[in-house]
Design a protein around this ligand. Structure first.
Ligand code: SF4
Length: 69
């Protein structure tokens, strides 16, 4: 399975590239964290767990997910 995970020690944000439709919702909604031109593209340490989870919930394709550790 092609799923990547990014952890800040509290929450892990997951991303499945094949599901991503590149809608840009995450980039527009929380640009300090979701930076598609950088590697890694999700800057897990630059957002609060809560704001990242709230943004992940708005991903229209289901490519983004999360779980608390
Ligand atoms: S919101 Fe979801 S589908 Fe849209 S670019 Fe981000 S990860 Fe991809």
């Amino acid at each position: 399975m092609d799923k990547k995970g990014y952890s800040n020690g509290e929450v892990t944000i997951t991303w499945e590239p094949k599901k991503c439709t590149h809608s840009g919702n995450c980039v527009r909604g929380l640009p300090k964290v979701f930076r598609p031109k950088e590697k890694p593209w999700i800057k897990i340490d630059l957002g609060s767990s809560n704001e990242m989870v709230e943004q992940v919930k708005k991903c229209p394709s289901g490519a983004l997910g999360y779980y608390f550790e």
